[in-house]
Design a binder for this molecule. Structure first.
Ligand SMILES: NC(=O)c1ccc[n+]([C@@H]2O[C@H](COP(=O)([O-])OP(=O)(O)OC[C@H]3O[C@@H](n4cnc5c(N)ncnc54)[C@H](OP(=O)(O)O)[C@@H]3O)[C@@H](O)[C@H]2O)c1
Length: 293
């Protein structure tokens, strides 16, 4: 069945990738919104759009994602990530729509040394992670039909992200120090967008879903590995040096290990997940092609 799908936060990294994908695949009818036309903390906004477009599913790509800024701007982080998620859950329930909500590896404290499973206890360390975790919990309490997908280290051709920062610094400098003791997996937002479309194309709108999933690219990396791969694949001669987190103080605490176990989403939805280096190559090729054009 072709569904009417409301995508929030459509100007962000993931929202933009979904928008690009929707122009190639006509399987669903998407409606893309971001601030100021849709503020997810406004019940009136969300309700009006659900009515106007007869929405069957909401994909929530909207979030307060400034991890460090959140430490001094907790009210806004909680308002968007917790209260906004609750508004979307209420509206999804009122309109019998499926809510696909995106969350984060930062709900974990990073003390594990094996990939996190969905049922592992959450114990976020900073305001951003706490606000995202409370957003998840509000969705579970309100209980529309819901799927929560936690992801990690998102990057894309759109918006600001680590890859773009490294490309800029790599072109300016001969040497760059990057932390080697934070381990996780980069995720190309285009791959996550494709997984979301697969779920939308194969889900049963009559079913009441209540599942949490993990999605990142395959493989494991430190930020140092990620930066070195960016330089290598894009042919930049900038040398990347490994440093410890203690030598690179950041405002918000980060999990030292946040690799996600993705067995459940692969099993339940048959999504194929590319390796992070392959996806990074795709993005860098895309950026190069656009720069030359
Ligand atoms: N980025 C990462 O590394 C990462 C890692 C793990 C999980 N995630 C999660 O993945 C999801 C997508 O992340 P992303 O990187 O695509 O985020 P993003 O690029 O920061 O985009 C978020 C979008 O939401 C918008 N927004 C903020 N407050 C809003 C509100 N009240 N109502 C409606 N829209 C609002 C933002 O607008 P403004 O720009 O105007 O504020 C922005 O366009 C988020 O749930 C995030 O928590 C991200």
């Amino acid at each position: 069945m072709k569904m009417n799908i409301l995508v929030t936060g459509s100007k962000g990294q993931l929202g933009s990738e979904l928008q690009e994908l929707s122009t190639k695949s006509g399987s669903q009818q998407f409606f893309f919104y971001d601030l100021p036309d849709l503020d997810i903390t406004s019940h009136d906004h969300v309700d009006r759009l659900c009515r106007e477009h007869r929405i069957n599913a909401i994909v929530n790509c909207a979030a307060y994602t400034a991890v460090d800024k959140a430490e001094s701007d907790a009210d806004t982080a909680y308002r968007v990530n917790r209260d906004g998620s609750a508004v979307l859950a209420e509206c999804a329930k009122e309109h019998n729509a499926l809510l696909i909500h995106i969350s984060t590896d930062y709900v974990f404290n990073g003390e594990s040394c094996t990939p996190y499973r969905e049922k592992d206890p959450a114990s976020p360390r900073g305001v951003y992670g706490k606000s995202k975790w409370e957003g998840e919990e509000r969705i579970r309490q309100i209980d529309p039909s819901w799927l929560i997908i936690r992801t990690s280290w998102l990057y894309s051709a759109y918006g600001a992200n680590f890859v773009k920062t490294m490309l800029r610094l790599g072109a300016e400098r001969e040497m760059l120090s990057v932390v080697v003791d934070q381990i996780g997996t980069p995720t190309y937002a285009a791959d996550l967008a494709a997984a979301i479309v697969t779920i939308l194309d194969t889900c049963d709108p009559a079913r009441h879903y209540q599942e949490t999933y993990h999605y990142s690219n395959e493989g494991v990396a430190s930020w140092y590995d990620f930066a070195a791969a960016i330089m290598e694949i894009s042919g930049l001669s900038c040398k990347v040096l490994p440093i410890e987190s203690a030598d690179y103080p950041q405002v918000a605490p980060r999990p030292q290990f946040s690799v996600l176990n993705k067995s459940a989403i692969k099993h339940d939805w048959g999504v194929a997940i590319p390796n992070w280096r392959d996806s990074l190559s795709c993005l860098l090729q895309k950026i190069q092609t656009h720069t030359k054009a």
